[in-house]
Design a protein around this ligand. Sequence first.
Ligand SMILES: *Cc1c(COP(=O)(O)O)cnc(C)c1O
Length: 382
Amino acid sequence: MKFGTKAIHAGQEPDPTTGAIMTPIYQTSTYVQESPGVHKGFAYARGKNPTRLALENCLAALENAKFGLCFSSGMGAADAIIKLLNPGDEVIATDDLYGGSYRMFTKVFAKYGIQFHFVDMHDFSAMENCVNANTRMIWVETPTNPMMKIIDIEACVQFAKKHQLISIIDNTFASPYLQNPLDLEADIVMHSATKYLGGHSDVVMGAICCNSDSLYEQLAFIANSCGATPGPQDSFLVLRGLKTLHVRMDRHCSNGAAVAHFLKNHPKVDRVYWPGFEEHPNHHVAKKQMKNFGGMISFSLKGDQFEDAKKLAMAVRVFSLAESLGGVESLLGHPASMTHASIPKEERERSGITDSLLRLSVGIEDEHDLISDLEQALNAVS
Ligand SMILES: *Cc1c(COP(=O)(O)O)cnc(C)c1O
């Protein structure tokens, strides 16, 4: 089956008791057993819930995976993955990682004796230099936030195989519609389902997909033991969100392209970071591993003044000033004062997060309204 059909049908059967076409919200914490220890596979809802199971199977189908596993947030999924490791183990991770992953690695897991090396994943000799007898895992995020760097998934997976590391790809920014890392033989794909998968800014959830029975068993054991599993209402919302993922992503991509080109030609805009431009340093890699270039764009203003970025952020009317991404509505963020405020200015600027850098999550509104909104907001900038 093709993606759009799987998004709507995979993992879902009409309800056997009523024929309801939508998977019911099984709002229950426990299940009645036929006799002690004999049940239909459902014993207690932290471990398993039918609404969640339908979602997990649908997600697995979309990532071309054997297994899917959902968590109460993207960070809950990431937490479970790191718990595959033991004290003394080491991880190589993308240098401009999602801030929450960076915070969890350095502030939570470092004190349990797991060591993280943050490297520029365009530089394989730097990556080689980080590998030692304790290295177990490579954590890749692409496209990156907010600089929209593209990392070569296939090359990273080959690097992981060579050194017998577990390869993890955080596929949140691309969604399974644009990119399927398991097809490139990555071991684990993780998502913040809060973003494109849910797609309507009304739910927080995480997900993992993989093909290995052993990894799945370990991760399911961790999920049930540690308990960061999602409830049935939230599972239903993401299951419903998935039904339009392909349609939404097509619009995110076409609106994204239109906005990126508009910004690039605007006299007040300095640089635009979007992997669809031919001059993007890894455009060829994006073309190789992604179906299209997505709706995430960052840009800076000429003169690089924080005051100008602030004026623009206050002047938008269709875009909303907010963290997060991947919803139907367009959002604008100012990384230096919002998502990346805790990073010291010098370190921030070294990775390109300058004072005027703004990040857009282009939604699926009318393209012309989005562009005229940005045009009037740019007029507010001196
Ligand atoms: C949002 C996000 C996360 C964390 O997910 P939550 O659902 O917010 O816990 C992880 N990785 C990326 C790339 C994200 O954008």
